[in-house]
Design a protein around this ligand. Structure first.
Ligand code: SF4
Length: 469
């Protein structure tokens, strides 16, 4: 009989990414599909979206009694994931407990040393590794031959050789049917939400980011045909009304991207689409931006990070400061909502430089802005440079809204106060703009709902109280 595997999300809530909706765990959907294809019984338990506590997870798994439990985590959710596996170990003493995700991929040694209840770490993508691991465990074989994992050999943490990345992403079969679809909604449009992945990897090398390390500087794309097919299937089989692209770099290849847009225009799925991409690509695509909107893109997120070219260069952001402003204008002209992030808290940050960033955000005038702290993960290139200044070692606070280090001129408390002020000033101006707009447009309704969510459901709720009146 095949092993029974439960794939789990950790009970982590920071009031940041989750404020606009509940997000399907795409990585677990892919893993579940790969396990099932090898004849392994698998279920997805999205404890995060269900808002279950560690005690509830423990009770449920004690009842289900799977032989293998896999949990995924980012750096911010890693402490919750490790604590959850500890509780699971108490009720499933002989189960194989597995952890995956970007944090565990790089911090495997530390986790295996400090958390004896974690048996194995899956490093990098897991669709080929996880089924092979389960098979080896069931057969009682050594893990030494399973590429892409870390485990203990005679009590000592060790890692096997990296597994080559999957060549053809179109061969993967996400198990969408294993989700409880009633859970997944985008609050702003009150729509059933799916997340898809059209590519994996990024060829950029921003110093605060680690995606290029996780994907080993490789970039792989799915065919436009399979991506359109998936969107149609999500709509027809599961009633999906809105799709978010999880790609690290959605629009890298213009030819492929335009083909995808053309196929969507032909198929007219009537599904709302949203994604993150780079400002230079929006400028590059200005002659075909109308296709973005006509194909269904209603909302695009751009990482602006800074108006200061020297800061952008120091972060290896590889964009020109003015490109972001142009990209926002071009998207606005097409009626596409723009959302941008601005990074605060680098070493040279002062009250004056934060004010300049705020003024830049007001001048660029995206529909939504986020003022986030520069938070290099412990495995990012930037980490080595800043590690000695880091004051926050609780990884659950690595959520971009808690400063993990002071700047040369400002304490962490001062940085946090300055960040809250940026949000307040920016959204006061947005409220003024949208209150003045007479037309009851889609954009106006979208913005009103977005601000309501920000005021009522986010980490900012306590700070913004009073502004909504
Ligand atoms: S921040 Fe974005 S563009 Fe830069 S390396 Fe990370 S994924 Fe790529």
């Amino acid at each position: 009989m095949s092993a029974h595997v439960v794939l789990l999300t950790p009970p982590y809530h920071a009031g940041v990414i989750e404020i606009t909706g509940t997000w399907p765990p795409l990585n677990l959907v892919y893993l579940a599909g790969a396990l099932r294809n090898k004849g392994i019984q698998v279920e997805i338990y999205d404890a995060m979206s269900l808002n279950h506590s560690v005690a509830e997870i423990q009770a449920r798994l004690a009842q289900v009694r799977p032989q293998v439990v896999g949990i995924t985590a980012t750096t911010a959710s890693a402490p919750a994931a490790i604590a959850t596996l500890k509780a699971v170990r108490e009720v499933l003493p002989t189960a194989l407990l597995v952890m995956g995700g970007i944090h565990a991929t790089f911090c495997w040694e530390e986790i295996l040393t400090s958390s004896p209840w974690v048996d194995v770490i899956i490093r990098w993508e897991g669709e080929e590794t996880f089924p092979e691991l389960v098979q080896a465990w069931q057969d009682g074989r050594s893990f030494r031959t399973v590429r892409g994992i870390a485990y203990r050999e005679q009590g000592e943490p060790c890692a096997t050789e990296p597994r080559p990345l999957i060549e053809d992403l179109d061969t993967l079969a996400p198990a969408w049917d294993l989700l409880d679809w009633d859970l997944y909604r985008y609050r702003i449009t009150d729509s059933r939400l799916a997340i898809v992945s059209g590519s994996r990897g990024c060829d950029q090398e921003c110093r605060f980011c680690s995606q290029h390390h996780f994907w080993r500087k490789q970039y792989r794309e799915r065919s436009p045909e399979s991506l359109v097919q998936e969107i149609l299937e999500l709509r027809d089989r599961f009633g999906v009304e809105m799709v978010l692209f999880a790609d690290e770099y959605t629009t890298k290849n213009r030819e492929r991207w335009e083909k995808f847009l053309d196929l969507l225009l032909e198929a007219q799925p009537g599904v709302m689409l949203t994604m993150e991409t780079r400002a230079p690509d929006i400028v590059r695509d200005q002659d075909i931006l109308w296709k973005y909107r006509a194909a269904g893109f209603i909302h695009v997120y751009i990482g602006v990070e800074s108006a200061n070219q020297a800061t952008l260069n120091a972060l290896q952001k590889n964009i020109k400061a003015e490109e972001a402003e142009t990209a926002i204008r071009l998207l606005n002209e097409q009626g596409i909502l723009t959302e941008c992030s601005f990074l605060l808290g680098h070493w040279e940050e002062t009250p004056r430089s934060i004010e300049e960033t705020l003024q830049q955000a007001l001048r660029y005038n995206p529909d939504l802005a986020h003022f986030l702290f520069l938070t290099p993960w412990p495995y990012a290139d930037l980490w080595q440079q800043v590690a000695e200044r880091v004051e926050e070692w609780d990884f659950s606070k690595y959520d971009l809204v808690h400063p993990i280090m002071p700047s040369r001129a400002m304490s962490r408390e001062e940085l946090r106060e300055a960040m809250v002020r940026c949000f307040k000033v920016f959204y006061r101006e947005k409220m003024r703009q949208y209150c003045q707009e007479a037309e009851d447009s889609f954009k106006k309704r979208y913005m009103q709902k977005s601000m309501k969510v920000l005021f009522n459901n986010s980490f900012l709720t306590e700070f913004l109280a009073g502004m909504k009146k």
